[in-house]
Design a protein around this ligand. Structure first.
Ligand code: ZN
Length: 380
């Protein structure tokens, strides 16, 4: 789930102020009412899931031989100190590491708070194209020795371009981040599309044994392979049915009124009826991620657009061709895949309302329509 950058900026400032008032690892015992807002599940003697009172994000706490590892410290007013208090009730060992399943603020918002307490933030390398804080990055896989546990990270672009599965080998448990939520629609529009979504699910199903504990980012505190298999089957039905109806010429509204789509919407949302606007928005994004009619261009054509481009306000964007994808990215801001609608016009994948880039090769520039206005950038 994604929240506006402004909120992160405010919370970042807030966390710094909050931290200034507290010595590292101080326990504010007067705060018992707020602490009680965390819901907790014990997975093993060393692994716990805590649910935040604000964004309902599932955070993880692993107690290693020497130190504690946190997964997805969420943000939210008053939450950072409360999360610290909740962790310290489980273990007094130092919090040495924070790992994020992805960059969205409801998963990484307390990074700066825990970094200031001495934790090292480990994240996927594409965090550099977000405004989330990080210390150490990895590309495809990463392994961390916690003494009593080996923690493996696996990157597959699915929900975002910076997703990581966090797998606890000995504990037979894995955190999937927003690539698995038991109370909302699948959310794969901005990263790997439907293909990446199914790929990360399959990777998860290949880990551990039949009793693997699977921690979704939102919804239930823990799940299992049987439920994830059902989620996978429903995701495939969702993608295929929308494709079938869209290719048959149906409008988004008509697709939203389809019986199978309505039924799947209820299943994804934990049995709750969801408003038609929410269904329509999700269908639009599904179409924008995977079904826009695109043209085939040779690799040599994609490479012609590579380079750094500067806007009149000084902001610099980069166009790069990587692993068969043309990426449009800016340090500290965003990373998107762009797909060709013609020789020169590209759509930003998964974005609805639509955003697009139109290249002018004669002037080595492009116009970026960001959904509100067109901005011109020239190659450096
Ligand atoms: Zn997210």
């Amino acid at each position: 789930m994604k929240y506006v950058f402004l909120i992160t900026a405010i919370l970042f400032t807030y966390s710094q102020k909050l931290n200034a008032k507290n010595t590292p690892y101080s326990l504010d015992r007067s705060d018992s009412t707020l602490q009680a807002d965390f819901v907790q599940e014990k997975i093993t003697d060393n692994l716990y899931v805590l649910k935040s009172p604000n964004y309902n994000t599932n955070a993880g706490v692993f107690i290693g031989t020497e130190a504690v590892l946190l997964i997805d410290p969420m943000t939210g007013p008053n939450n950072h100190q409360n999360l610290l208090n909740a962790v310290k009730r489980l273990s007094r060992k130092p919090i040495k590491y924070v790992i994020n399943t992805h960059s969205h603020p409801d998963h990484s918002g307390a990074n700066s708070f825990f970094a200031e307490q001495g934790a090292k933030i480990i994240s996927h390398e594409n965090f550099k194209y977000t405004n989330a804080q990080y210390d150490q990055t990895f590309k495809d896989t990463f392994s961390l020795n916690m003494g009593n546990e080996t923690v493996e990270l696996h990157h597959i672009a699915a929900h975002t371009f910076d997703d990581a599965l966090v797998y606890f080998k000995n504990s037979n448990a894995v955190f999937m981040g927003d690539t698995y939520m038991t109370n909302s629609f699948p959310h794969f529009y901005y990263g790997g599309g439907g293909k990446g979504h199914l790929e990360i699910i399959d990777k998860t199903l290949s880990l551990g044994n039949a009793h693997l504990t699977i921690i979704p980012a939102h919804g239930k505190l823990s799940s299992n392979k049987t439920e994830l298999n059902t989620y996978k089957a429903n995701s495939i039905k969702w993608i295929n049915r929308i494709e079938q109806l869209y290719n048959g010429g149906k409008t988004t509204e008509e697709i939203a009124n389809d019986q199978q789509i309505k039924q799947l919407s209820t299943v994804f949302n934990n049995g709750n009826n969801v408003g038609s606007q929410s269904i329509i928005r999700t269908i639009d994004k599904t179409i924008a991620a995977d079904l826009i009619p695109s043209v085939q261009l040779p690799e040599s054509r994609f490479k012609q657009f590579e380079g750094t481009y500067r806007y009149s306000n000084g902001q610099v964007d980069e166009i790069i061709y990587e692993n068969g994808k043309l990426l449009f990215r800016s340090k500290g801001l965003y990373i998107f895949e762009i797909i060709p609608l013609s020789e020169t016009k590209f759509q930003v994948r998964g974005q609805f309302p639509v955003k697009h880039l139109t290249f002018n090769t004669a002037t080595s520039s492009f116009e970026y329509f960001n959904g509100k206005e067109s901005l011109r950038a020239t190659k450096q």
